[in-house]
Design a protein around this ligand. Structure first.
Ligand SMILES: NC(=O)c1ccc[n+]([C@@H]2O[C@H](COP(=O)([O-])OP(=O)(O)OC[C@H]3O[C@@H](n4cnc5c(N)ncnc54)[C@H](OP(=O)(O)O)[C@@H]3O)[C@@H](O)[C@H]2O)c1
Length: 263
């Protein structure tokens, strides 16, 4: 029988790269996203359109799992995530709540469903996508950083419960990755060629799943930054302030100035 991956946020970036990698290796893949492709069905791929910030859609998913419309899986990657960037004082409360709803609340809800429903086979893996922000302060994306700390803490706390069902918990800490997410939330002049390809990250995630690892910090550069963040927090903070916060602030001030001139 074919192995089965379920991945959220499968229409773009890291989720899409995982979907393509596993399909190319003959796995069955169920992708979940807010918007899925309306193209011809593809062999091995089932796509479900759900807004994971919507409670009714979570209930719909629960029904699909209990009626076995979604077959049991060997791996579940909870990857869908968004951010809101800019100086915290100017941030919009609705946007902040949406970031919390998707990144943290839906991740906790889906993993609870997975545990209670036996969605995952014994010997399988549940993977949580956190962020390198876990190791650094993240001025310019405070709510995002808080949700990713929450995801990490949640993953550590449920590890034992999943272990009792023979399931490995993997937490992934991506650094800058070349996806629409990075493009959307980074300062406009950031060097996108320095970001990791989502396909490279997807391969590392697949290896970590196969080897039943608990943590993945992808690449030497990210590993080094995580060490700096843990052992020299003020340096990590300065780095993020210089590379992310100050350019974002300048960019926002320039945009505000333009909109004043136009009105
Ligand atoms: N890229 C990076 O540099 C980076 C670094 C660290 C961590 N991460 C994490 O990696 C994960 C994947 O990010 P990515 O870079 O691949 O982002 P991405 O390219 O924006 O992909 C995220 C996917 O999630 C979907 N999504 C958004 N809101 C949703 C909702 N309410 N319900 C269901 N699906 C929804 C998006 O749909 P729409 O496009 O229609 O909104 C998109 O298809 C996220 O958790 C992110 O925090 C990324």
């Amino acid at each position: 029988m074919k192995k089965h991956l379920i991945v959220t946020g499968s229409s773009s970036g890291i989720g899409s790269a995982l979907k393509e990698l596993y399909l190319s290796e003959g796995w069955k893949v169920t992708g979940i996203d807010k918007v899925v492709s309306k193209d011809e069905p593809r062999k091995g791929l089932a796509e479900i359109e759900l807004d994971l910030t919507n409670n009714q859609d979570i209930v719909k998913l629960e029904r699909m799992i209990s009626s076995e419309d979604i077959p049991r899986a060997d791996a579940l990657v909870l990857n869908a995530g968004i951010s809101c960037a800019g100086p915290f004082i100017d941030s919009n409360i609705e946007e902040q709540l949406e970031v919390i709803d998707l990144n943290l609340t839906s991740t906790m809800a889906l993993s609870s469903l997975a545990l209670r429903s036996s969605l995952l086979k014994s010997g399988g893996t549940i993977a949580f996508v956190s962020s390198m922000s876990r190791f650094l302060s993240y001025p310019g994306a405070s709510v995002y950083a808080a949700t990713k700390d929450g995801v990490t803490s949640w993953a550590n706390s449920v590890r034992n419960s999943f272990k009792e069902s023979g399931i490995t918990v993997l937490t992934i800490f991506p650094g800058p990755t070349r996806t629409p997410h990075a493009e959307r939330y980074s300062p406009k002049n950031s060097k996108s060629h320095n970001r990791m390809e989502p396909e490279t990250l997807a391969s590392m995630i697949k290896i970590s799943i196969e080897k039943k690892r608990s943590f993945l910090i992808p690449g030497i550069g990210n590993k080094l930054v995580s060490v700096i963040g843990v052992w020299l927090p003020p340096l990590g903070e300065q780095l993020m302030k210089k590379l992310v916060f100050q350019p974002l602030k300048k960019q926002q001030q320039a945009e505000t100035a333009i909109s004043y001139t136009e009105s």
